[in-house]
Design a protein around this ligand. Structure first.
Ligand code: F6R
Length: 241
């Protein structure tokens, strides 16, 4: 696990965008693992800027998103489908046929999850997986005590995640369940880049980097990944000592 600390989210975005740029310019049919939430927004802005500058193209790339809420209409303003289109996909040349976002309204969620893992395999596996981290150490929606051997699955969200994310749900109640790539699906990525900013992430970052590898802090499993970088601001890194 490599740890890099920066002064601002913009510097993190630039370094993270460099990772994606190197991939997009060297491997035409590359496979991107993407995240939602506040942490990747500056990176998506920078990728859109580089796309507009003609530096990168997503024309032949495919993408797989980490997670999606269950029973939230696809076009709801808080769905991760909407988030990804507003923050990245609508502004670049990715082929919609190559965009994979879990369908939280699927009748058979177990099949939806199994098909998603199969589609990742069929695409050749994820080249770079972008991650944020929850204040409780979650990655994707793998909440504390999640099994390290899960593929994509339906999860009941914890009170801590509901508290963190309910700020976005001003008009309707926040869903209590989500579909998420499991730890095993995430760990199969060839490279993992995790972004954490702000003091509220410091404890989770400390547990992930310095603590024991335990399902109680799902991000701690990343200590076992052969090619994983944490991009942190000084506040998120403040307890690393
Ligand atoms: C989002 C996701 C979550 C977030 C995490 C941090 O797709 O899977 O694990 O990465 O909750 O969220 P932010 O970046 O909003 O602090």
């Amino acid at each position: 696990m490599e740890i890099k600390v920066f002064d601002s989210p913009e510097e993190i975005a630039s370094v993270c965008a460099d990772e994606f740029t190197a991939l997009l310019t060297s491997k035409e049919n590359c496979v991107l693992g993407l995240a939602t939430g506040a942490s990747p927004v500056p990176t998506y802005k920078e990728l859109v800027r580089r796309y507009n500058a003609g530096v990168i193209s997503f024309k032949h790339a495919s993408s797989f998103n980490l997670d999606e809420y269950v029973e939230l209409p696809r076009n709801d303003k808080n769905s991760y489908y909407t988030f990804m289109h507003e923050n990245l996909f609508n502004s670049v040349d990715i082929d919609e046929a190559n965009v994979h976002i879990l369908n939280g309204n699927a009748e058979d969620t177990a099949k939806e999850c199994a098909d998603f893992d199969a589609a990742i395999e069929a695409a050749g596996g994820i080249d770079i997986q972008l991650l944020g981290i929850g204040t409780n150490g979650h990655i994707g929606f793998n909440e504390p005590s999640s099994s390290f051997s899960d593929g994509t699955f339906k999860v009941k969200l914890t009170d801590s995640t509901i508290k963190s994310n309910s700020i976005y749900f001003t008009e309707n109640a926040m869903p209590r369940y989500a579909l998420t790539m499991g730890i095993q699906s995430i760990m199969k990525a060839k490279k993992i880049v995790l972004i954490a900013t702000g003091a509220s992430k410091a404890e989770a970052v400390k547990n992930a980097v310095k603590g024991e590898v335990t399902p109680m802090c799902p991000a701690s499993v990343l200590q076992n990944h052969p090619n994983c970088i944490f991009l942190l601001d000084t506040a998120a890194a403040s307890l690393l000592g």
